[in-house]
Design a binder for this molecule. Sequence first.
Ligand SMILES: Cc1cc2nc3c(=O)[nH]c(=O)nc-3n(C[C@H](O)[C@H](O)[C@H](O)COP(=O)(O)O)c2cc1C
Length: 249
Amino acid sequence: MNKTIETLLNHRSIRSFTDERLTEEEVRTLVKCAQAASTSSYVQAYSIIGVTDREKKTRLAELAGDQSYVEKNGHLFVFCADLKRHDYIAQKAGENHQEAFENTEAFLISVIDAALAAQNLSVAAESMRLGICYIGGLRNQLAEVSELLETPSYVLPLFGLVVGHPANSSSQKERLPMELIYHENTYQQDETHVDRYLKEYDEHISSYYEERSQGERKDTWSEQMIRGFRQPKRAYLSEFVKEKGFNRK
Ligand SMILES: Cc1cc2nc3c(=O)[nH]c(=O)nc-3n(C[C@H](O)[C@H](O)[C@H](O)COP(=O)(O)O)c2cc1C
């Protein structure tokens, strides 16, 4: 197994970091790696905001639902969908591309670009023996996050990514069986197939939790998903995304 595959297969989120900050050089290397990711039609429709200001980090940790590791880490990155540069260029050229920027395709392109860049940064960080954790909790209150980071129209914060020196390690969470994720030629809808692999996985996850909690927690992956999707989350987002100039058409 080569080192890259080893790094990828060894992933687990880290939520406890030492006080050691990332060096400027480490941050630059990580951002360079993020930028090396593929990007739809070369548009590079994202920005990364590094947050080093202590007060801002404290406030972001609160906004993310009191996640202490948003405050205490080696570096906090916030990934944003960003078509602002593209709007600026168009305007300088005397053109108006509003309709193109505001359609669903442009929104998807920006979000996909940001996610690919973030995952490149994550893998690079893990290859440097740093730990990472994504922070979707920032979407709890995006208006406040946006105000704090001064993100204008056509710049939409999507998620945070904390990186740092792990204070302790965490265990790995086993993924769904490949048979449920990978389909060949057509989408596999056979319920017997789905049931078989889900049952296996649920049993496995249930005993994993049971073992880790000395018998107190027993739930399965399916139960977690049913609970998680019972109610729509962050329903305000569809309006907020539009307010920021994305996905209007
Ligand atoms: C976009 C995104 C947002 C996430 N947001 C949070 C978060 O706010 N807080 C957190 O502790 N973990 C967060 N996570 C981490 C996931 O919970 C984690 O990746 C998942 O449970 C699998 O565990 P693993 O990464 O250790 O394998 C997020 C992951 C992603 C991809």
